[in-house]
Design a protein around this ligand. Structure first.
Ligand code: UDP
Ligand code: GLC
Length: 403
């Protein structure tokens, strides 16, 4: 299978990390095109994956943009569409991984007559997208022979927005199960002492700094927790949310938490850092489409508390594999953090159980093979080697296990 992957981003967000894993699987027969230069194409080069940066300027259309911006952006898209259409002649399909890539890919696929595949990493709801953006995405996605949704939550929102249900398959992100132990070059106590922690209870937050990721909720919660509880915020403002990053710094000062909070910026040693924490928090204030950090926390054998909306509800079974807190509710989050702090044995048992479940459900090699099967069936009409589907369009697991 020869695949032309398209992704508008130059940053290493969750959608790009997911594509990185898939592109490694197809490394001998794929090309990844990004729409600007930056850390994502650089990382692809480091991994010896063929990459082409199609444009140097970023496109101005945003998730909440209206009609005027859409018209302006279409002008910027034509050179990209032309390049993609030309490149696609050498590939079996055009695989769009982000929304702007979808628009480019959909028009290019009409010109080149190559099948279009869309990997949907977002929840197409009013919380995240303007009505116009949703209409454009659904119109383009309905041209795809296959839409891979990263969760049931993303699939449902897509279908509610007018997406064709029959074309959507849910496939969760996969994770390299060997990654954590292989990358752990330092011991937990070494990492903690490098971070300036000894016997504190360290709560980790691993997300880009963005208001909907809710780092402010964790800071408010911290103020309500025992003074022994500290936090590390790992991640940077990847998509222009510098004001929010500054607000967080100010919030730390206002709450007098300077000695209890550390900002580490963007890091590439996530499994190691997670292993140095006592609890991993996910605090999105609106529905998280999937939530890679939740699974990564589980795989790191750390207890996880996540915001109860979207994909998080499909990942965590409360009381069995982690905890769920109401989105935006810092008092509830503080209660859960304090409970975990006071009950290390319970936390450790739940973390163990979560790790075992995550290894079974989110194994990268299994998930890559599932995507390969879906592509074979949808594009070259070859019989699948291992797929079995259920009524929810889920290609990846037996849902009855989660009832
Ligand atoms: N991440 C990272 N370095 C950081 C912060 C986050 O590599 O400093 C990774 C994190 O491990 C996860 C991804 O970024 O794999 C974020 O994905 P997620 O699905 O949680 O959220 P997104 O940002 O894609 O909405
Ligand atoms: C997007 C979503 C995130 C998801 C990731 C990978 O970035 O915001 O929830 O985990 O894609 O599918």
């Amino acid at each position: 299978m020869k695949i032309l992957f398209l992704d508008q981003s130059s940053q290493l967000g969750g959608a790009e990390l997911c594509l990185l894993d898939l592109a490694q699987y197809y490394r001998k027969s794929c090309l990844v095109c990004t729409f600007s230069a930056g850390p994502f194409p650089q990382r692809l080069i480091q991994e010896n994956i063929a990459v082409e940066v199609l444009a140097q300027k970023s496109l101005q259309f945003q998730k909440q943009s209206g009609i005027a911006q859409a018209a302006k952006s279409l002008g910027q898209l034509w050179p990209l569409i032309w390049q993609v259409s030309r490149l696609s002649a050498q590939y079996d399909c055009i695989y769009a991984n982000t929304q702007k890539a979808l628009v480019v890919g959909a028009i290019a696929s009409l010109l080149s007559r190559k099948p279009l595949v869309y990997h949907l990493h977002d929840i197409l709801s009013a919380e995240h997208f303007s009505a116009l953006s949703r209409r454009i995405i659904v119109t383009c996605a309905n041209q795809a022979v296959l839409v891979i949704a990263n969760s049931q939550a993303s699939r449902s929102a897509f279908v509610s927005a007018g997406g064709r249900a029959a074309r959507v398959q849910v496939v969760y992100n996969g994770f390299d199960l060997d990654a954590a132990p292989r990358r752990a070059k330092r011991s937990r106590s070494q990492i903690r002492s490098n971070l300036g922690f000894t016997d504190q209870f360290v709560v980790g937050h691993f997300s880009r700094l963005s208001s909907w990721k809710g780092q402010h909720v964790l800071l408010d919660a911290l103020k309500l927790c025992p003074p022994q509880v500290c936090a590390v915020l790992v991640g940077d403002a990847l998509f222009g949310e510098k004001d929010y990053a500054m607000q967080l710094q100010q919030q730390v000062k206002d709450l007098e938490l300077d000695n209890r909070v550390k900002f580490l910026g963007f890091r590439s040693d996530i499994p190691e850092l997670m292993s140095a924490c006592d609890l991993i928090t996910h605090t999105s204030t609106v529905s998280e489409p999937f939530g890679r950090v939740i699974v990564e926390g589980m795989l790191s054998d750390r207890p996880v508390v996540a915001a109860a909306a979207g994909g998080a509800l499909e990942i965590i079974e409360p009381g069995q594999t982690g905890w769920l807190s109401s989105p935006g509710d810092s008092a509830k989050l503080a209660e859960i953090i304090t409970l975990v702090y006071r009950n290390p044995e319970l936390a450790s048992a739940i973390a163990k159980q979560a790790q075992a479940v995550a290894k079974e459900r989110f194994n990268l090699s299994v998930i890559n093979a599932q995507i390969d099967d879906l592509l074979k069936v949808s594009i070259s009409h070859q019989p699948p080697s291992s797929l079995h589907h259920n009524n929810n369009g889920s290609a990846c697991e037996d849902e009855s296990r989660r009832q």
